[in-house]
Design a protein around this ligand. Structure first.
Ligand code: SF4
Length: 922
């Protein structure tokens, strides 16, 4: 063959690869970052052949680069999983033992009948709480699943705890955490601190804003223990020992205060640092201590002329400069006196005593000169901390976050363009909230819910005139949220999944605990704070586990070692609905084939990161017998009614006495057919969101099909959305919290200020009433290495880990990242299998040796399925899944449960382990 022929052949092959007969808009409806990339999906002969960035986005703010093109490696390879070998094409029933891997193909009717019978058995034996759904951040699956569970009365495990993306430190300081800047707001920053994140891997469509900000003159610094792949794109890399980030942040704070760089006006108005605290106990001075009829949630500042003045609960603006140093003697209502001081005085003392750059260097290794240099930059410029969810996965991640926020609070770095801290919010789209709550189809049904919410918020604000609109929304969310069937899974894990024993190991826990975990647990329950949400209780054990896009066995800290032994035997039926064979599906009884994203109509995760809502269209017909979630659950409703009728069962009630009928289940779930399939459900949600003003007038499913996306018209109405507390951004980037800073609106915290002191007795006893550095407890025993995680280059979630194209971009299998010198010292060769173990369990994994890894540290990236490891068990086998005892506090102002927010969550960073080559073991 000639060279010319070769070229023609290559050209032809390339042209053939680009041939298509259909192009639709698509996206990937999962909690990636930043989500909502509009992509073109090209299909030929009923198969998706390729995807590319649609690049259809306009300019938002003049002078700020637009978001085009939005795409990442996962999105470009997404369609390759549509016909990969692990694709589920037919309903399957287990033919052998659970996990044995033997299956028989069954009809949809058989699969739904068997599922319905198991659900009815569970309701009859235990109650509806015995039907448990592990939710998923795959939004197209989670909305129908949650609506179905609400109609049934089952238990939905709060997804923010099962995937552990709940940032307790943000909640502790701000009383909320579902706010985030739009990605283009990074462009306005003067300083970007990349902290607990690796955006070169995980924020690919947004990464250009960091580069562009740097080109504009911003300083970009990476704070990480390892030489992460983001390292080569920054001005400074500050290495920290794992788990010592809090000490570094506090050293920054010490420099800011010691060098007079703090924005004390901002700190006085926005934070509790100007509130007076008692010097004897460290608690806030409260009105209830000064007046017999005083309130425990009213606090004081120190006026230079008037002395003690009440801190306004309704507004943050000050017409005076409160004193921030010195002390004051006050008379108590109960008799006697107490000395009080501004909180800032105490904070300053603590910082000077423990966190000067030189003192803190013993803890976290960064050079004092580097700390001073960066602290000055932060104080003088608009600073944004690009904070990843990794911080939430440390036992003391809340302390680290509180320390970082103290730095921002001292330097006036939130509520302004280019400032703030990474966050997460998935609730901007009112169509979702309304779809979960509606009891009537059509716009009248949407209006009923929306107007009802507004009326209830109005009622709350009439009772308490200090409530702003945001505080009213939040007060309502705290009232009604816990009644929606979503439960903090800590109770499920403790009572039903075998974690009680692990959490009660004092040697694995924080040494500041003065009592056993169980004693704190008992006290928390007796406080009544968890009454509604401590479910399913011990006398209502689980019987049916529904996985609709979830993956319990892969993601739960603790792994198969505890779940297969303790939870699985209690379950009469495990039903997994997915488009691919996950670890949990492999251990299920019934497997249901779900449509893949390009086979159904769906909407993406609604977040402020892009301010876009993007649609994914059905580009091709479903593979095999796959069906969408709305359709399957509607059919399951019918089957439940049919089987119940045959059994003579009509109704039942849950543990709180709420009554449910089965004969009208389909009608209640689908609203007489509106929510019976993907297309109809999405059209309803879009129309509802237009009705309440959340999407622009005129938006329909058809306009989505023409444009692929829309920007929102206003914030959603739920508290999770109004937590942005900013003007809705028209023609500008979005920076949250501006209402607090520009208008003086109070925060939804106990003190109505960004709150750095948590004066609950447990926090004081634990040495955590103020931001502090504490070493991670030895969760899993005393071992020489610390195991942590992170996101792999090819994956944000497990669904991508078996994508054949993405696997080919790397070693194609899980690996343990180990420092090359540590490996040599232990006789570990690159790519050779090693055993990793601690007192909890063990797993086997190939090693990957690298000088980029920190000595003494090990990393296994998140998302690998257990079956990808030699021996079939993954790294969660060595994670004890401990929760922090302080997060059981549920009756302290803003530290109370609402869905997706304050609750105990398990940790997986800094797990002590040992490692050895397999050959040494044999
Ligand atoms: S996977 Fe997420 S970040 Fe990647 S292209 Fe799709 S929507 Fe964008």
């Amino acid at each position: 063959m000639t060279a010319a022929n070769d070229a023609r052949t290559t050209e032809d092959r390339y042209r053939q690869r680009q041939e298509f007969d259909r192009a639709t808009f698509g996206t990937h409806c999962v909690n990636c970052f930043p989500n909502d990339c509009p992509v073109y999906v090209f299909a030929k002969d009923g198969k998706v052949v390729f995807e590319e960035a649609a690049a259809v986005l306009g300019t938002i703010e003049p002078g700020v680069p637009d978001m085009n093109p939005m795409i990442c490696q996962k999105g470009l390879a997404w369609s390759r999983q549509m016909d990969s070998p692990d694709r589920i094409l037919h309903p399957l029933r287990r033919a052998g033992e659970r996990g044995e891997g033997r299956w028989e193909r069954i009809s949809w009717d058989e699969a739904l009948a068997e599922t319905a019978d198991a659900i009815l058995d569970a309701i009859a034996e235990i109650g509806p709480e015995a039907v448990v759904l592990e939710a998923t951040p795959e939004i197209a699956a989670t909305i129908p699943a949650a609506r179905f569970m609400a109609a049934l009365g089952g238990t939905v495990l709060d997804v923010d705890a099962t995937i552990n993306d709940f940032w307790a430190g943000q909640q502790a300081v701000f009383g909320k955490f579902t706010f985030a800047s739009s990605i283009d707001d990074f462009f306005h920053s003067d300083v970007l601190l990349i902290w607990h994140s690796n955006p070169a891997y995980t924020m690919i469509p947004a990464f250009h804003y960091m580069v562009e900000a740097r080109y504009r003159g911003a300083t970009v610094a990476l704070i990480s223990p390892d030489v992460s792949p983001s390292h080569s794109h920054v001005d400074y890399h500050v290495p920290v020992r794992h788990g010592t980030d809090g000490a570094l942040a506090l050293a920054f704070c010490q420099v800011v205060l010691a060098e007079g760089l703090a924005d004390l006006r901002f700190a006085s108005e926005q934070t509790d640092l100007s509130l007076l605290v008692r010097t004897d106990t460290g608690e806030y001075l409260r009105e209830s201590q000064l007046r017999a009829d005083g309130r425990a949630d009213r606090f004081y500042q120190w006026h230079p002329e008037k002395g003690l003045v009440p801190a306004d609960p309704a507004g943050l603006r000050l017409d005076f400069e409160p004193l921030l140093a010195g002390s004051l003697d006050v008379r108590l209502a109960a008799g006697g006196h107490v000395v009080v001081e501004p909180l800032l005085a105490r904070v300053r003392r603590e910082l000077d005593a423990h966190y000067t750059p030189e003192l803190a260097a013993r803890v976290r290794e960064a050079h004092p000169d580097t700390i001073r240099m960066l602290a000055r930059k932060v104080a003088r410029g608009r600073t944004h901390i690009i904070l990843g969810a990794g911080v939430a996965k440390y036992f003391h991640g809340d302390l680290m976050t509180r320390a970082m926020l103290l730095l921002l609070g001292l330097t006036g770095n939130w509520g302004k363009k280019g400032t703030g801290v990474g966050g997460w919010c998935s609730s901007l789209f009112d169509g979702h909230g309304l779809a979960l709550a509606k009891t009537k189809a059509g716009r009248a049904g949407a209006r009923e819910i929306y107007d009802g919410f507004r009326a209830m918020v109005g009622g709350l604000r009439a009772q308490d005139p200090t409530l702003t609109s945001e505080l009213g929304d939040r007060a309502l969310w705290r009232l009604v949220g816990p009644a929606r069937g979503m439960m903090p899974p800590a109770f499920f894990w403790y009572w039903h999944a075998g974690f009680k024993e692990r959490w009660n190991r004092p040697e694995w826990n924080d040494p500041a605990m003065t009592r056993s975990f169980d004693e704190y647990w008992k006290e928390a329950l007796e406080s009544g704070a968890w009454n509604q949400s401590a479910s399913p209780p011990p006398d209502r054990p689980p019987r049916v586990l529904l996985e609709i896009g979830g993956n319990t066995l892969r993601r739960t800290r603790g792994g198969q070692g505890v779940l297969l032994e303790r939870l699985w035997p209690q379950l009469s039926k495990i039903v997994a609905m997915d488009y691919r064979m996950s670890e949990t599906a492999l251990h299920a009884d019934i497997v249901l084939p779900a449509t893949q994203h390009h086979e159904k109509v769906a909407l993406n995760m609604p977040t402020p990161w892009t301010m876009l809502l993007t649609m994914s269209d059905a580009a091709v017909p479903p593979a095999g017998e796959a069906r969408g979630e709305w359709e399957v659950l509607a059919e399951l409703c019918k089957k439940l009614a049919e089987r119940a009728k045959a059994r003579g069962v009509e109704d039942y009630s849950d543990r709180l006495g709420a009554a449910f009928r089965l004969d009208d289940l389909w009608s209640r779930f689908t609203l007489d057919g509106v929510f019976a399939d993907d297309e109809s459900a999405v059209a309803e949600m879009v129309a509802d969101a237009v009705e309440v003003g959340n999407l622009p007038a005129g938006t329909t499913l058809e306009t989505f099909r023409q444009q692929g996306y829309t920007r929102y018209a206003k914030w959603g109405f739920l508290a999770l959305a109004t937590a942005q507390a900013s003007p809705f951004p028209e023609g500008e980037t979005h920076a949250p919290l501006r209402d607090h800073v520009e208008l003086g609106h109070p925060y939804p915290t106990l003190t109505r200020r960004a709150q750095f002191l948590i004066d609950h007795p447990w926090f004081r006893e634990g040495g955590e009433d103020l931001p502090a550095h504490k070493e991670a407890p030895p969760m899993g025993g005393d071992h020489p290495f610390l195991l942590s995680g992170g996101h792999a280059r090819w994956s944000v979630h497990a669904m991508n880990t078996t994508n054949p194209v993405l696997l080919e971009t790397h070693r194609g299998k899980p690996f343990l990242l180990i420092n090359d010198r540590d490996a040599a010292a232990r006789g570990i060769r690159d790519d050779a299998p090693v055993r990793v173990w601690n007192d909890v369990g063990e797993f086997v994994v190939p090693a990957r040796t690298s000088p980029a890894q920190r000595p003494g540290a090990l990393t296994v990236y998140n998302g690998f399925e257990g079956f990808m490891f030699p021996g079939g068990r993954g790294h969660n086998e060595v994670e004890p899944g401990l929760v922090k005892w302080l997060h059981l506090v549920g009756n302290y102002g803003h530290l109370s449960y609402t869905p997706m927010e304050w609750q105990p969550v398990p940790f997986d960073r800094c797990i002590p382990v040992d490692v050895a080559p397999i050959q040494e073991e044999s």
